[in-house]
Design a protein around this ligand. Structure first.
Ligand SMILES: [Zn+2]
Length: 128
């Protein structure tokens, strides 16, 4: 039984604006927690999901609703909060894991962190 629907996505611009305002809130909360260790934030803008590097990241169907779920990773060595989206498969996987084993990181998190750090380094060198 397949009820695959083709949604016309909202514009990516709207999504990244929304994402940035969410990220700003997360950053403000992080400032409270980490103080000056928190130096800035950056939105991972890659097209591919940083967990599987296969599917496109962005909107997911979550419990029947179209959702844009932004995640945050604190890159401690640099004091940068990195915001990112996952693909639907990885989002559902992580939600499922979190339900079964609350407060535990999955091996997927390690991959995400590695890929995000690399993406951030690439971003920094692109500035030069
Ligand atoms: Zn993925």
């Amino acid at each position: 039984m397949s009820s695959k629907r083709n949604h016309q996505s909202k514009t990516t611009d709207t999504n990244s604006t929304t994402a940035e305002s969410v990220l700003k809130v997360m950053y403000a909360q992080g400032k409270v927690q980490f103080g000056d260790a928190m130096k800035g934030f950056w939105l991972y803008g890659g097209d591919l999901c940083p967990a599987c590097l296969r599917n496109s990241a962005g909107e997911v169907n979550f419990q029947g609703e179209k959702a844009l779920s932004i995640n945050g990773f604190m890159y401690r060595e640099r004091g940068i909060l990195i915001g990112y989206f996952l693909c639907e498969i990885c989002t559902l996987f992580i939600h499922e894991q979190a339900r079964k084993h609350p407060y535990q990181e999955t091996p997927l998190h390690l991959k995400i962190e590695t890929n995000l750090k690399e993406a951030y380094q690439r971003y920094l060198s692109s500035l030069n």
